[in-house]
Design a protein around this ligand. Structure first.
Ligand code: GDP
Ligand code: MN
Length: 386
């Protein structure tokens, strides 16, 4: 689960990770009031979306007067911000963060993330922080330091120093940096983060270090033990259909093709996407109703897929194990009755109670095409959309 920069910085402050003074604003008036409270200029007006690259896309701007804050806030609120991380469709800006401007001496890069290969948290740091960090990673990867932290030992003094020396910090900033990094590690572990990224981490002219940006991603599988963090979720930033599917515990990801899929089991869903591609069509989604879906879940899955205007045909691929074919068929029939199916539907179904399931589908007035096996299903679905 991702959160906004302003939320991440509020959490940082609780862990004694230095951040500039700042306030979120949800309207132009709030932005102006927040800037007044800063008591000085410049202030920075920052668009809050769950994507990076805002600076280059026009979502981070300096203001030198209240009028300028007002102009920038009215431009940014409601704008569609396109960055290299949003894709061409961009994101609608609904929230701003107003911050006291800082005197930047140097922009550094610092992040913590889970490294699955070593099963530990890895610290990444670079002297070349700022808006071109992707280029540093691609062209001069040796300029990014990596330090692995043993999960049992925790972060050690020598590791803090190695990171600080690697960043070529002036001696006067070393102590502040060490405590910042130690606190950041504490924050990461205590909240089950999968990523914490500060780009840029700045060095000010008076040797302070400070997080000027903050990107935090929590491991969704651990959120059950952080109920307080759930309040930080912003549904505006998520795909509405994915949010709807998550309400029914459906594993759904929106894609850009035109063949809707309903499959049980993530592995079978991946294989189904592959055969659709191989047959010359493209999947519109990944929908795993799970091994033990109820007919209600199936009904909701079908309804969600049919509501997607891109979908020109639906492929149902079910292996009935724990989810019985008759239960599944009932769900499909119910959903089809309620929504009205106007697109071709191809069904491949095997497993427990398959005869009963096929009978339910055949007795319904639905216009379904049966497939004898996977490759037959792929051929039929490709023929339906091409
Ligand atoms: P991102 O582009 O989405 O990563 O947004 P950032 O929060 O990293 O901001 C982009 C850039 O804006 C930074 O790299 C800084 O160069 C600049 N910036 C942000 N805040 C300030 C500030 O307080 N003062 C100055 N001078 N520049 C800032
Ligand atoms: Mn940044």
């Amino acid at each position: 689960m991702k959160i906004h920069e302003y939320q991440a910085k509020q959490l940082f402050a609780q862990y004694q990770v230095p951040v500039p003074e700042g306030k979120p604003a949800f309207s132009v008036e709030e932005a102006v009031d927040a800037a007044k409270a800063m008591g000085g200029f410049p202030v920075v007006v920052k668009a809050q979306i769950h994507a990076g690259g805002r600076g280059k896309g026009g979502g981070v701007k300096l203001a030198h007067s209240l009028e300028e804050v007002q102009d920038l806030a009215s431009q940014m609120l409601g704008m569609t911000l396109v960055t290299h991380q949003t894709g061409p469709a961009g994101r609608l800006v609904k929230k701003l963060f107003i911050e006291a401007g800082q005197q930047i001496e140097k922009e550094l890069y610092l992040s913590l993330l889970m490294d699955r290969a070593t099963a530990s948290v890895v610290i990444m740091a670079s002297r070349d922080g700022g808006m071109d960090i992707e280029e540093v990673a691609a062209k001069t990867p040796e300029r990014i330091i990596k330090i692995h932290v043993d999960p049992l030992m925790g972060i050690q003094g020598y590791q803090l120093r190695r990171a600080g020396f690697g960043l070529e910090l002036p001696p006067a900033a070393m102590k502040a940096f060490s405590s910042l990094l130690a606190n950041l590690y504490k924050f990461f572990v205590a909240n089950d983060c999968s990523l914490v990224e500060i780009n840029p981490l700045i060095l000010t002219s008076d040797h302070q270090v400070m997080a000027l940006d903050a990107k935090v991603d929590f491991d969704s599988n651990a959120l059950f033990r952080h109920k307080d963090l759930l309040a930080l979720r912003d549904l505006d930033e998520e795909d509405p259909m994915e949010v709807e599917a998550s309400r029914y515990n459906l594993n759904y990801i929106n894609l850009d093709g035109n063949v809707g899929n309903i499959v049980n089991g993530a592995g079978l869903a991946m294989a189904t996407m592959d055969i659709i591609k191989k047959a010359g069509a493209t999947p519109a989604n990944f929908m795993d109703v799970g091994g033990g879906a109820s007919s209600e879940q199936v009904e909701n899955a079908f309804r969600i897929i049919l509501a997607d205007k891109k979908v020109k045909a639906v492929l149902i691929n079910i292996f009935g194990g724990i989810l019985r074919c008759d239960v599944f068929a009932k769900g499909v029939v119910e959903a089809a009755k309620k929504t009205g199916v106007t697109v071709p539907v191809v069904v491949r179904m095997e497993g427990t109670n398959v005869d009963e399931g096929r009978r339910i589908l055949a007795d319904s007035t639905l216009n379904l095409t049966s497939a004898s096996d996977l490759s037959d299903a792929a051929k039929k679905i490709a023929a339906a959309v091409n």
